[in-house]
Design a protein around this ligand. Structure first.
Ligand code: 13P
Length: 279
């Protein structure tokens, strides 16, 4: 069943678990993510980033997810990840996404507020949830989303309160020391800042840059209002490494390789679902 983000995050936020948002850009990734949700009895978020429009159109991605979710025994949210182009946001809403992330984090605060509010008005009228971001993440190793010039800027708790009150977003992505990609040094996750943000706002919080974040830090974040955790890089790295390993000993038919890769995705996703704590 396809649901919007709010339907998935409201119980997660209230009951202190997080729902995984896993980046998808191929049939294998969509199928592996939804299969992982089914095998664990857990709702999942299949995230399609504007960065992957070269892989498939919004409409094709939606058709795949809608067909897989119809058969699935768990709720599936189809979410547009990081998108700063409002035209693409509106096209995603028209294509049937249940949730969109408008990312105006690089804009001056007032402009980010104004654009996010406009997106919320349109999306909410269509039953679609909105995630927005305040602050910005640095980029680590092997990220396919971050750019070298991305700088870390922690989310300011008081600005977060003003932002949420003025925009009516359903979920807020925060910057507290995670990175897009794999950590180049030891992670320094600022749960003290997260705690202040959690006290200042009453919406589910979102942690980007899940890959490689230590389990203890993830648990500490979930206890402080994080209800959605994004994972991309580690799934890709796991599939590529296992595919390379497989091809040293076998040369399977491409159709068989596709099934094996779906399985690699599922295994990587299940690891994170186990950490995020839905029961
Ligand atoms: P990672 O690639 O670090 O897991 O981050 C994913 C993400 O935040 C997607 O928006």
């Amino acid at each position: 069943m396809l649901v919007n983000l709010k339907e998935i995050l409201t119980p997660a936020y209230a009951e202190h678990y997080a729902v995984g948002s896993f980046n998808c850009y191929s049939y294998e990734t969509f199928r592996g993510v939804i299969a992982a949700g089914e095998e664990t009895g857990t709702p999942v978020i299949a995230a399609f980033g504007a960065a992957y429009l070269a892989n498939m159109s919004l409409e094709t991605a939606h058709a795949i997810v809608a067909s897989l979710a119809k058969e699935a025994s768990v709720p599936v949210c189809f979410h547009l990840d990081h998108c700063s182009d409002m035209h693409v946001i509106y096209r995603a809403i028209k294509a049937g996404f249940g949730s969109v992330m408008y990312d105006g984090s690089m804009l001056p605060f007032a402009e980010n507020v104004a654009n996010t509010r406009t997106v919320c008005q349109v999306a909410h009228a269509c039953g679609v949830s909105v995630e927005a971001e305040l602050g910005s993440l640095a980029v680590g190793a092997d990220s396919h989303e971050g750019r070298a010039e991305d700088v870390e800027q922690y989310t300011d708790p008081q600005a977060a309160r003003e932002f949420v009150d003025s925009t009516e977003v359903d979920a807020l992505a925060v910057s507290i020391g995670t990175v897009h990609g794999l950590y180049k040094g030891n992670p320094d996750i600022r749960t003290d800042i997260l705690e202040e943000i959690h006290r200042a706002v009453d919406v589910p919080l979102v942690l980007h840059g899940g890959s490689g974040t230590p389990e203890d830090d993830l648990h500490a974040c979930i206890a402080r209002g994080i209800a959605k955790i994004n994972v991309n890089t580690e799934i890709s790295s796991a599939v590529v490494a296992q595919t390379a390993e497989l091809l040293t000993s076998e040369k399977p038919h491409y159709s068989v390789l596709s099934l094996r890769q779906t399985d690699y995705v599922k295994t990587a996703v299940k690891k994170y679902i186990g950490i995020f704590g839905h029961s």
